[in-house]
Design a protein around this ligand. Structure first.
Ligand code: BV8
Length: 233
């Protein structure tokens, strides 16, 4: 690709972590223990049955911490960012820590992080590698019932939206990787990039909901398509 892109925004979804062994939402038909994820990952579910929601995240946290590693796609993004002289912003919908562990720097985890918990009262974040429960007192207030996963649930405002919109408003290349384009506002980011004239590229196993609207697309596993595409820039 001849053109030198200066300001790049990358959006990743569950598909980039699939080859690391983390099931995507679509693989499980959006189900966990016969619950729809949208029914568990909500403030209402947490209010109604905090134990169930804590268990949902405890299981995923334990699985992530039991030998799951970043893959060639995560590593290629970190390597490209390190060598890029312009702006590089990596927005991820994923709550795993694989981009962090691969060495990505300018990373915006817009749906939160599985390995962090938050005090509802103080807003303080705490690293979390152990199972959590509703009774557990938070380190700041020393009261039980204030801790929740540092994860953005359905109906909640995603994190870092100002920085994301700022990066999108200046980008000349937008790359969407491993996302089905079902969940908003992330699914609409490609439109914001198109609106400012950016070149838009989809790298995915198969066409996503908006696949046909991208300027360019490469279909195949992320560990093959992401390193190859970044090398072509
Ligand atoms: C918001 C953290 C309001 C939790 C997640 C009705 C009522 C209430 C809300 C809504 C409503 N209708 C619409 C909404 C908005 C809602 C929404 O979009 N709902 C959907 C279901 C219609 N969105 C929200 O609620 C968001 N907040 O809107 O706030 C607001 C807005 C502005 C101002 C004020 C208020 C918050 C959404 C965040 C929810 N939290 N995650 C947790 O993980 O437990 S979302 C979660 O699901 C993920 O983070 C991710 O975003 C989404 C799954 O999507 P993908 O990542 O794309 O994964 P998926 O499995 O779908 O696709 C994988 C892709 O990879 C596939 O295409 C596959 O082909 C590909 N693939 C597979 N293997 C590979 C591969 N690609 C490459 N290589 C491979 N090997």
């Amino acid at each position: 690709m001849a053109k030198e892109f200066r300001n790049i925004v990358v959006l990743t979804g569950a598909g980039i972590s699939a080859e690391s062994g983390i099931k995507t939402f679509r693989d499980a038909d959006g189900l966990w223990e016969n619950h729809h994820v949208e029914d568990v990952a909500t403030p209402e579910a947490f209010q109604r049955d905090p134990q169930l929601v804590h268990r949902f995240y405890n299981e995923r946290r334990a699985y992530l911490l039991d030998g799951i590693e970043p893959n060639a796609a995560h590593r290629a993004l970190a390597k490209f960012e390190a060598g890029h002289t312009g702006q590089f912003t990596l927005v991820t919908q994923n709550i795993d820590d694989l981009h962090q562990r691969a060495g990505s720097r300018n990373l915006l985890p817009m749906h939160g992080e599985l390995l962090k918990i938050r005090c509802k009262r103080s807003g303080q974040l705490f690293d979390c590698h152990e199972p959590t429960s509703p009774e557990q007192p938070c380190p700041c207030c020393n009261q039980s019932g204030n801790l929740r996963p540092h994860v953005v649930w359905f109906g909640e405002m995603p994190l870092h939206m100002d920085e994301i919109e700022d990066a999108l408003s200046q980008c000349d290349l937008f790359i969407s990787i491993g996302t089905s384009g079902n969940v908003y506002p992330a699914a609409g980011f490609y439109q914001m990039a198109k609106a400012v004239g950016a070149h838009t590229v989809e790298l995915n196993l198969e066409p996503s909901n908006h696949g046909s609207r991208f300027d360019d697309a490469r279909y195949g596993p992320a560990t093959v398509e992401v390193p190859a595409f970044l090398q072509s820039l």
